[in-house]
Design a binder for this molecule. Structure first.
Ligand code: ADP
Length: 183
C-alpha cells in the first residue's frame, strides 16, 4: 500500500500514521520528522533547514525531494509506505509521480479539521515551530501551497476525504474503511 496523509498542520497525520504502520506493516515516511532529525544531528541539510522551519516556511523543493527520494529507495519501502508531510506543493507531487511511475500512489487520505481546533492542538504541543506566529504562518503556507493538491489528487481519482474532528479511534476507523472499500 502506497498512501499519503494530506491535511493541515495539527490535523493528526502523525497520530494516524502510528496506527496505520501497525496495521499495514509499512514504514511511516514523515519529511518533518526527517528534517527535525537532520537539525538535531547538525547535518548540512539540517543547518540549512532550521531557520526556514522555525519561520513555518517550506524548505526548498530540491532539498526535500532529494531527501525523500533517497528514503523511498530504501528496501523497507518496497512493499509500500505512508507519506506524511510530502508532497506539500504541486512541484513535489509531480516529482513523486515521476519517481513512482506506474506504481504511483494508491490513496491520498485527506484529514479535515476546523481551523480553530488546529491552532488549539498545535499551541498545546510545544514544538519549536509551534509558537503563535509560526503556527499562523504554517496555516497560510498550507492554504497557499498545499491545498491545490486536493484538486491534483481528486483529478487522479485517489483522494479520500476523512472527518478528522472525531476521536483518534474514530478517525482511524474511518481511514481504514475508506482504504479498504476502494481496494
Ligand atoms: P506540520 O504538518 O505540523 O506543519 P511537519 O513536521 O510536517 O509539521 O513539518 C514541519 C516543517 O518542516 C514545515 O513547516 C516545513 O518547514 C518543513 N517541511 C516538512 N515537510 C516539508 C516538505 N515536504 N517540503 C518543504 N518543507 C517541509
Amino acid at each position: 500500500m502506497r498512501m499519503m496523509l494530506l491535511g493541515p498542520p495539527g490535523s493528526g497525520k502523525g497520530t494516524q500514521a502510528e496506527y496505520l504502520i501497525d496495521r499495514y506493516r509499512i514504514p511511516h515516511v514523515a519529511t518533518g520528522d526527517m528534517l527535525r532529525a537532520a537539525v538535531r544531528e547538525g547535518t548540512e541539510l539540517g543547518n540549512r533547514a532550521k531557520a526556514i522551519m522555525d519561520r513555518g516556511e517550506l524548505v526548498p523543493d530540491d532539498l526535500v525531494i532529494g531527501m525523500l527520494m533517497q528514503r523511498l529507495a530504501n528496501e523497507d519501502a518496497e512493499e509500500g509506505f505512508i507519506l506524511d508531510g510530502f508532497p506539500r506543493n504541486t512541484a513535489q507531487a509531480r516529482a513523486l509521480d515521476a519517481q513512482l511511475e506506474d506504481r504511483g500512489l494508491g490513496h491520498v487520505v485527506a484529514l479535515e479539521v476546523p481551523e480553530r481546533e488546529l491552532t488549539k492542538r498545535m499551541l498545546g504541543r510545544g514544538r519549536s515551530d509551534d509558537t503563535e506566529e509560526t503556527v499562523r504562518n504554517r496555516l497560510t503556507v498550507y492554504h497557499d501551497m498545499t491545498v491545490p493538491l486536493f484538486e491534483y489528487y481528486e483529478k487522479a481519482g485517489i483522494l479520500r476525504r476523512i472527518d478528522g474532528f472525531q476521536s483518534i479511534e474514530d478517525v482511524a476507523a474511518s481511514i481504514v474503511s475508506a482504504l479498504e472499500s476502494t481496494g
